[in-house]
Design a protein around this ligand. Structure first.
Ligand SMILES: [Zn+2]
Length: 270
């Protein structure tokens, strides 16, 4: 791939990195990354992927920007309140790097449409804020053999891992076979979240995505990272494939996608 002078200038600080160069920049330009959620995790992840020159970014979110989002969802600005998050996000990413193609999905992502959407992407970043979506994204990535970089945040804590069962590692269900019963795990709305924690985890998701695209470093597959902002500690746990996983185990009971949330529920239930 040939680069213009402007492109070389824009990406010069990463193109001089070892094992990066023009080849690495070409890999990024040809890459397509799907981001589930243009919120606290999706915002910093999308910004860094766009800044690095990832060619295509898919952004899915059916919510509109609200004032209480701005404390952590840094894709959006005060004048964006009321806009669809994907519209606001596309605008911000275009102003950061006009070379990046941003595909937006403002419809609810369900068992009916997710496979058709993620098939065009090589990597999926999950920054969703609810368990039905988290399990749907995991199962869809398993069926489509897509690498999933998963992040989660609550209060002062964050979690991160990469799931690629197609390469031998565990899937999300190997750790958490089923969603918790509704109401047993508090949401951000109920429990709160420190905005900067979303930044830490979202940026780690972006960093892992860039490594996966470039094929450098050690993947987070088979490792689960726990972050606590109050003690400023990172704890890493080794994880492996669960032979009795209902999805990727030896006798799988899940053979199709499941919508844990009936599609007739209004968006305010999210
Ligand atoms: Zn599994």
């Amino acid at each position: 791939m040939k680069f213009s002078e402007e492109q070389i200038h824009r990406y010069s600080r990463q193109m001089i990195l070892p094992r990066f160069g023009g080849r690495g920049q070409s890999k990024l330009a040809e890459a397509a990354v799907f981001i589930m959620g243009a919120g606290g995790l999706g915002s910093p992840a999308a910004l860094y992927l766009a800044a690095a020159g990832v060619g295509t970014i898919g952004l899915a979110d059916f919510d509109r920007v609200e004032l209480h989002n701005l404390q952590r969802q840094i894709l959006h600005r005060t004048p964006d309140v009321g806009l669809l998050k994907v519209e606001s996000g596309k605008k911000t990413l275009a102003s950061l790097n006009p070379e990046v193609k941003v595909q937006i999905y403002s419809e609810r992502i369900t068992a009916a449409n997710i496979l058709g959407i993620i098939k065009d992407y090589q990597l999926v970043l999950d920054g969703s804020d609810n368990f039905p979506t988290r399990f749907l994204v995991n199962d869809a990535c398993y069926f489509e053999k897509k690498t999933l970089i998963s992040g989660a945040i609550l209060r002062f804590d964050g979690q991160l891992s990469t799931f690629k069962p197609h390469a031998g590692g565990p899937c999300y269900r190997c750790l958490f076979p089923q969603p918790p019963p509704p109401g047993t795990v508090p949401s951000c709305q109920e429990a709160g979240v420190l905005g900067a924690v979303a930044g830490v985890i979202g940026i780690l998701q972006a960093s892992e995505a860039l490594k996966e695209i470039l094929g450098i470093g050690d993947s987070m597959a088979g490792r689960f990272l726990l972050f606590n902002a109050l003690s400023l500690t990172f704890q890493e746990v080794k994880i492996s494939r669960n032979p009795s996983c209902p999805l990727c185990g030896e006798k799988p009971s899940i053979r199709t996608l499941i919508d844990y949330r009936p599609s007739c529920q209004p968006p305010s239930c999210a």
